[in-house]
Design a protein around this ligand. Structure first.
Ligand SMILES: Cc1cc2nc3c(=O)[nH]c(=O)nc-3n(C[C@H](O)[C@H](O)[C@H](O)COP(=O)(O)OP(=O)(O)OC[C@H]3O[C@@H](n4cnc5c(N)ncnc54)[C@H](O)[C@@H]3O)c2cc1C
Length: 525
């Protein structure tokens, strides 16, 4: 007899797990189907680098999710009951310039301003004012992030009602670079701040990237970026425990090939190999929006809907990610203030060199001089055998390479990985071969093979452009629904988008409403 559950979730990324946990806690019988041998999607830790070491090969920085009531109010008990523990640091980011000068972003605003003042006193004062402005908006923005968004037009109309709203609206439509040009004078400060906005997969000069600065700066000071104790995947593992506690099911190594329908309504899924799993109430997809066209009987999707799915634009670049097992933590020539930072951002100067890097990515050329580095074991020794360390080395990279396309990644993987490592070696005193016990390398092509939802290695599924943000994400007017009754969406293709956000909290609300479950009561327990 085939399996039957009330709700079946396709893909065990952290958003699918979030949806599953809220549903299970509300008493819904839910089953998560994941194609890999482990759940978590972009929120995993790999044990395969070297036995005894846990490497974060995807996400490392858990920032946005700190403002999510999922953690802030511990709505699912992940912290109080299911073993999730976050570690943070006062010294959040060391931004390292080519001459070993550095700018540090601390949790403390005044300390950050002192660091900025080394480059420009005027910019230090401007940063304090910018932070003050962003701080006033932060609660509104984060509340919007973790709840279903209003239609885009309504959002714009609401902001258009007051002078502060209009000022915010104007800034949201700008690029991070334009915003920095208005506020700051020094190249170092502009590079440091726009490098953070670029983590969202769109270049500093791209319109719409300004919103990231509004979130990133006040959020870093109010909540602080953090890492889960035990590895990035500890978040997903806590969700698995929560789900099991509430009677939910996780089935790994189950690849969904088709969404089944009955009378035009989603009624279950067919797995690779032919097994069918039935869903009496809903099917929820954590996959890329465009995969809807593969999973669903084409006659059930209107042609214009399929056309709009095809138009979805991917992020401007992906990443080469490396996880290392080390004998010693890296020691930076720039000194302890950089070595001790939770993350080190390599920042080319002048501004033009930095910005040209993003043009090169756009044309399929690899850059190796601006990695982001995190040595997690400085804060969390549990990730490695005693005295040893783990390191995450991340660098933006194009999916399609000039002169050979994506397939060329298989030829150049080691060369590029070594080149990025060489950048780190030049700026440290102890990152030679004798310090390296093992490493894992994942290119954008590798990522797209391992996780087919990250089409073209896009860790946001679709780009975080303003045209694909808020109520426009995944498509204007659809929210988390699809043209097939009972088939829902919940992954980073939807609001609030890519990143470790726990954004499934927003997706689950309209779904619960359709099931007659009161979300507010469900989170009260
Ligand atoms: C290298 C890298 C570094 C990153 N660093 C950060 C960071 O530091 N901070 C941050 O905030 N964000 C970071 N991100 C982004 C973040 O990890 C992702 O945006 C986010 O995790 C995506 O949401 P998800 O986990 O729900 O979706 P996904 O990870 O896309 O999950 C989809 C799941 O579905 C499964 N699946 C696919 N097809 C099928 C199928 N047919 N049947 C069943 N299952 C299927 C996949 O295996 C996967 O588990 C990073 C991402 C990468 C790749």
């Amino acid at each position: 007899m085939s399996r039957k559950h009330e709700v079946v979730i396709v893909g065990g990324g952290h958003n699918g797990l979030t949806v599953a946990c809220y549903l299970a806690r509300a008493g819904v019988d839910v089953c998560v189907l994941e194609s890999l041998p482990y759940v978590g999607g972009g929120v995993i830790s790999s044990r395969s680098v070297v036995p005894g070491f846990k490497a974060d090969i995807c996400s490392i920085w858990h920032g946005f999710i700190q403002a999510n009531p999922l953690l802030l109010e511990d709505e699912l008990g992940l912290k109080s009951k299911f073993g999730l523990r976050y570690l943070t640091s006062e010294n959040q980011f060391g931004v390292l310039f080519p001459d070993d000068s550095h700018l540090n972003i601390y949790r403390d605003v005044e300390r950050t301003c002192q660091s900025i003042a080394k480059f420009s006193q005027k910019d230090a004062d401007a940063y304090r004012r910018f932070h003050g402005w962003g701080e006033q908006m932060l609660d509104m923005l984060t509340q919007g992030m973790f709840n279903p968004p209003p239609p885009f037009g309504a959002f714009v109309a609401a902001l258009d009602q007051s002078p502060p709203g209009r000022a915010l609206l104007r800034s949201l439509m700008m690029s991070a670079l334009d915003l920095c040009d208005e506020w700051f004078e020094s190249d170092a400060v502009k590079v440091a701040l726009t490098k953070f906005s670029a983590q969202s997969g769109i270049a500093p000069g791209t319109l719409g990237s300004g919103i990231v600065l509004f979130l990133f700066i006040p959020l870093t000071h109010k909540y602080g970026g953090a890492i889960p104790m035990g590895g990035s995947g500890a978040l997903s593992e806590a969700m698995e425990r929560c789900l099991a506690h509430h009677g939910g099911t996780v089935l790994t190594e189950r690849t969904v090939e088709q969404v089944l329908t009955s009378g035009g309504r989603a009624s279950g899924v067919r797995l690779r190999g032919g097994e069918e799993i039935h869903a009496t109430k809903a099917v929820v997809s954590n996959l890329h929006a465009r995969q809807l066209a593969e999973l669903v009987d084409p006659s059930l999707l209107p042609a214009d809907f399929v056309g709009q799915l095809r138009q979805l634009k991917r992020s401007e670049y992906g990443a080469v990610s490396q996880g290392y097992a080390l004998r010693e933590a890296p020691r930076y020539k720039a000194g302890d203030e950089v070595s001790d930072a939770l993350f080190v951002e390599f920042a080319p100067l002048p501004l033009e060199t930095f910005l040209r890097g993003f043009d090169e990515l756009r044309y399929g050329r690899v850059r190796m001089d601006m990695p982001t580095v995190g040595c997690q074991t400085r804060l969390d020794p549990s990730r490695a055998p005693e005295g040893k360390h783990t390191l995450h080395l991340f660098h933006y990279a194009p999916f399609e390479l000039a002169g050979g396309g994506a397939a060329r990644w298989d030829e150049v993987r080691q060369e590029v990985a070594n080149g990025i490592l060489a950048t780190l070696q030049q700026r440290t005193t102890n990152m030679g071969a004798d310090n390296i016990i093992g490493r894992l390398v994942e290119t954008p092509l590798d990522l797209s093979r391992r996780n087919p939802a990250m089409i073209s290695g896009d860790y946001n599924h679709i780009g975080m452009y303003l045209s694909q943000q808020l109520g426009n994400r995944y498509l204007p007017g659809w929210g988390y629904r699809t043209p097939v009754d009972g088939l829902w969406m919940c992954g980073p293709s939807c609001h609030p988008g890519g990143g470790v956000t726990g954004g499934g909290r927003a997706a689950v609300q309209p779904l619960m409403e359709s099931l007659g479950v009161d979300f507010a009561r469900a989170i009260r327990g």
